[in-house]
Design a protein around this ligand. Structure first.
Ligand code: DHB
Length: 402
């Protein structure tokens, strides 16, 4: 079978939330795209990810015309509980900043975006293989090109003006930036999260971020009868070694306190161990290649910044590509790295800070008495200070754009 040559102004590698939101925003600006993904739509839809949208992420979905389902099926949360020393300390986001967050799982964001692309006649190809990107460094006579084999086995050569790498932390696009030009920043953590879906009603009206001497736990939610919960574990933990009973006993032990708080429990529908790391690759643009979302950076999950950061990247990228394509201003691309990294490093700090403030920092050590006391000192300082609470609220609900 031969190769079909096709054209798109922007080729998007990765059709998760970042890739599809970018395709949607560019379509509204009259810029055509083809988005591809190695995964099937079903695979992406059924992989559980985080569940919290910043106010501006919610507004982006609604105001750009993706869908207003988040307003009906999502839940506005006006604050969270920080729980330590066995009692709750509420952080009133709405009172402190005027902003809220929205409980709306990433899988629903993806479904809304994929439906919107279908509704609007967007070109999205799931289940491709053999992706290769060439011609991005701006050399004379080069054309940025994405080659792939589609789900039916047909070979395609997609010639573009720009290629966006939105193919996540395991994708190939970030590797296209030459080693001599890229810088990578890492932070590893000696723990992971054990994530479960519990068939039970919510245990509390808002999310509970819980610090205890047994380690961190997060009591989140999904629906009236399904709840998302996590607890800190070791990175090599085997989910199958944990019976439902053992999981629920551990979660309850972590949230136990003088107030008698009890989790509502039920059968566990799913168990997974989530990796934990911080990562940034700079620059986010190389020639005609632009990286967005996890392809350029990873945050640890505490504080739910990953999806929000990816959406902020592509909102900025859409504005910059529109100026380059329609505004006769290709130099606009030069702004991308610095403007995107401004938020990326704020989110890196926020996620690192929420993580290190609430987790047992070295669970393998017999005792870490200094850090145990220091963390409680930090948490008390934070909740007793309106400025401290506001600092957390501003970060959690999301900073304004640059
Ligand atoms: C969820 C995940 C997070 O990492 C977080 O900080 C809050 C909520 C969630 O999956 O519901």
């Amino acid at each position: 079978m031969g190769t079909t040559i096709e054209r798109a102004t922007v080729g998007i590698v990765g059709a998760g939330p970042a890739g599809l939101m970018l395709a949607h925003l560019l379509a509204r600006a009259g810029i055509d795209t083809v988005a591809i993904d190695v995964r099937t739509r079903h695979e992406i839809e059924t992989t559980h990810r985080a569940g919290i949208l910043e106010q501006d992420s919610m507004r982006l979905l609604v105001d750009s015309g993706v869908s207003d389902r988040v307003l009906r099926d999502g839940h506005e949360h006006k604050g969270i509980e920080l729980r330590f020393d066995g009692r709750n300390h509420r952080i009133d986001f709405h009172g402190l900043t005027g902003a809220s967050t929205y409980l709306y799982p990433q899988t629903d964001v993806f479904i809304d975006l994929a439906d919107a692309r279908e509704r609007d006649g967007g070109d999205v190809r799931f289940g491709v293989s053999g992706t290769a990107v060439t011609g991005i460094d701006g050399g004379a006579g080069q054309t940025p090109t994405v080659r792939f084999t589609d789900a039916d086995g047909a070979r395609v050569e997609l010639r573009c003006d720009y290629v966006v790498g939105a193919d996540g932390s395991h994708g190939t696009c970030r590797k296209l930036v030459p080693e001599t030009l890229r810088r990578r920043f890492f932070r590893e953590y000696p723990f992971a999260w054990f994530g479960v879906m519990v068939q039970a009603p919510p245990s509390a009206p808002e999310l509970i971020y819980n610090r205890s001497e047994r380690g961190f736990a997060l009591i989140s939610q999904r629906t009236e009868d399904l709840q998302r919960m996590y607890f800190q574990c070791s990175p090599g933990e085997d989910p199958d070694a944990w019976s439902d009973d053992r999981v629920l006993t551990e979660l309850q032990a972590r949230v136990a306190g003088g107030d008698g708080f009890e989790l509502k429990t039920g059968p566990i529908a799913e168990k997974t161990v989530l990796p934990f790391r911080s990562f940034v690759q700079e620059p986010m643009r190389y020639g005609y290649l632009l990286l967005a979302g996890d392809a350029a950076h990873t945050v640890p999950p505490t504080g739910a910044k990953g999806l929000n950061l990816a959406l902020a990247d592509v909102r900025l990228l859409a504005e910059i590509l529109e100026r380059a394509v329609h505004g006769g201003d290709p130099a606009a691309l030069d702004e991308y790295t610095d403007r995107a990294l401004d938020r990326v490093w704020k989110a890196q700090h926020f996620s690192y800070w929420m993580t290190t403030m609430m987790h047992s920092l070295d669970p393998s050590a017999e005792v870490t008495p200094f850090d145990e006391r220091r963390q409680v000192g930090e948490l008390r300082t934070l909740v007793e200070s309106e400025s401290g609470r506001r600092f957390l609220a501003e970060g959690y609900t999301g900073w304004p754009g640059r």
